[in-house]
Design a binder for this molecule. Structure first.
Ligand code: ZN
Length: 257
């Protein structure tokens, strides 16, 4: 490792720490039941057509984080959503979330540019689906700079990051934790353990991934793996809702019903 690598790593760690402690939007949770949300970053078509179908088979819905600047494009996670997919997603009761218009790198993009890309994405959604609005955001690629977190927090009820864990007791709505399924490398026991811990602590576990495909990208998973996780989550007795509905449920305290 070069000195430059070491310096970059320290700098990255400092940014992460600052973003963790500054500009919090606290959510005190006292959940009667555990909560689980399924989210898909970038909104690849397969996430709706395969992942969404699996959720629907269990009477569930998910949250899809879209960057309208990349609508209709090919990506490392396969074909991304089309205009028709947005209509289908909304008609099926899924939540559409913001992932910035340009899929901005959350740490390398200047906070002003990141904010402008949030507004541009909102405008693009308005043009595609005039009645719809974003209630939540997921930070693209990595955790945000502190000032980016501050700016994003003005526009959404919640902003989601990563962290490979669930939210418990005192959550930060400007930096919610999520567990990326692809990082478990197909190890179901690892995912079951986090579902079990979330059940025991009555937390809010937000799963994240990208494509759902028989031959997934390094950022996605197979339909069989995804379905196992959905089934196990249902079996844990968790309330399973899109992100903003889960938040509403947690805030109103009606979450044991
Ligand atoms: Zn992304």
């Amino acid at each position: 490792m070069t000195m430059q690598d070491i310096y970059a790593r320290i700098k990255g760690r400092c940014h992460t720490l600052l973003a963790e402690v500054l500009f919090k939007k606290p959510l005190k949770m006292n959940n009667a039941a555990p909560h689980v949300s399924f989210t898909f970053d970038d909104f690849p078509r397969s996430a709706l057509h395969r992942g969404g179908d699996i959720l629907a088979q269990h009477g569930l819905r998910g949250t899809y984080y879209a960057s309208f600047g990349h609508m209709g494009e090919e990506s490392v996670s396969g074909s991304l959503f089309t205009r028709e997919d947005v209509e289908m997603l909304l008609a099926r009761g899924h939540e559409l979330g913001c992932h910035t218009f340009d899929h901005c790198h959350s740490r390398e993009t200047r906070p002003e540019a990141f904010e402008a890309s949030i507004l541009k994405n909102r405008q693009a959604l308005h043009e595609v689906s005039p009645g719809a609005s974003f209630k939540s955001l997921s930070y693209p690629i990595v955790g945000p700079l502190a000032d980016t977190k501050r700016r994003a927090g003005k526009y959404f009820r919640s902003c989601r990051c990563g962290g490979q864990t669930y939210n418990v007791k005192n959550a930060d709505l400007n930096l919610l934790n999520a567990f990326f399924l692809e990082r478990s490398k197909g190890d179901l026991s690892l995912v079951k353990e986090v579902i079990e811990n979330n059940r025991r602590e009555r937390g809010w576990l937000i799963f994240a991934t990208h494509d759902i495909d028989e031959n997934p990208s390094p950022y996605g998973c197979t339909p069989a793996f995804f379905e196992e996780i959905v089934k196990y989550s249902v079996g844990s007795g968790a309330k399973i809702l899109p992100v903003d509905e889960a938040l509403e449920n947690i805030c109103t305290g009606s979450n044991g019903n």
